[in-house]
Design a protein around this ligand. Structure first.
Ligand SMILES: [Zn+2]
Length: 303
């Protein structure tokens, strides 16, 4: 089993100008959201028997580091293949909200299990005179995933899914600031309903989740109650990236590069001229036609 520290020291995952923000997909370490299908990677042909290896992958659309497309909760919302890569997902400016360090003039949050994060908790992490975030991808680093994600045990899963979460009002504030995509190191911006029984790892693939568009009124109402952030944010056509990895490394790298929300990435500057380097984030989902989400490869790179 690979620990987070080992993962981070993998030189192909992290270099001085590249940080992989994706967890490995693995039958033993990938934590499955309660009720979602298991992750299965099984051999179809092998080198020994067939001279070549082919494997079959089975998983839900919300497995590992992944993106939620609007269609996840909005019947006429964009599906994952309709997301606009160049506009919203590739080489985007970042605003990092790092809850593990005290923001200016305030104490750190020291996030607890199932703690609701309000807009007032987020405001000190933003510039005082902020008017908009200019379509930046806002990344939330809670530190929650760090200790549990790579521990494939029932306790780790239970702990991971007892994550802190964002108040639904935060969704509207972010949309008002022009944010189109957020990313988090937790499995959901909404509170994950408590689950019972054994770990979420490799749970049976019976999904009790209401299927958007096929639910009766009472199911729709309870869905709206359980997932208010998702519904507010996805209804505006925005995207949510969940279970991101290595946000601690990216937060530290950004802190060290000392850039400001008003800075722009100047890619047209004279090559001989020294310019400020900036971290950008990219999120690449599979082009799954008609799907509500997809595992992604997410990474940050210096431009
Ligand atoms: Zn999801």
């Amino acid at each position: 089993m690979m620990s987070a520290a080992q993962d981070a020291s993998n030189t192909s995952s992290v270099t001085s100008n590249f940080i992989d923000l994706t967890h490995n997909l693995s039958p033993t370490t990938t934590l499955i959201y309660p009720g979602d299908p298991s992750f299965v990677l099984s051999p179809i042909s092998t080198h020994k028997e067939h001279g070549a290896s082919i494997k079959k992958v089975e998983m839900g659309t919300h497995t590992g580091t992944h993106i939620d497309a609007p269609f996840h909760f909005v019947e006429d919302g964009k599906t994952v293949d309709q997301l606009e890569l160049t506009k919203d997902l590739l080489s985007k400016e970042i605003w990092m909200i790092d809850f593990t360090v005290p923001p200016r003039g305030k104490e750190g949050l020291n996030l607890q299990e199932r703690q609701k994060i309000e807009w007032d908790d987020i405001k000190p992490h933003l510039p005082k005179d902020l008017k908009n975030l200019n379509s930046r991808v806002v990344l939330f680093y809670t530190g929650w995933s760090k200790s549990f994600y790579h521990l494939a045990s029932p306790h780790a899963a239970e702990k991971y899914f007892s994550h802190p979460f964002l108040s639904a009002k935060v969704a509207q504030h972010l949309l008002d600031l022009g944010v189109r995509v957020i990313g988090l190191d937790i499995p959901s911006p909404d509170e994950t309903p408590a689950f019972t029984g054994d770990a979420a790892i490799q749970q049976a693939s019976v999904c009790p989740c209401p299927t958007p568009g096929h639910a009766d009124a009472s199911v729709k109402a309870s869905t709206a109650e359980t997932y208010p952030f998702h519904i507010a944010f996805l209804s505006a056509g925005a995207g949510i990236v969940e279970n991101m990895a290595n946000l601690d490394l990216l937060a530290a790298a950004i802190r060290n590069s000392e850039y400001d929300v008003t800075d722009e990435c100047d890619t047209n500057s004279d090559p001989g001229e020294e310019r400020r380097k900036r971290w950008l984030v990219s999120v690449a989902p599979l082009r799954l036609e008609g799907a509500d989400g997809s595992p992604v490869r997410a990474f940050a790179s210096l431009c």
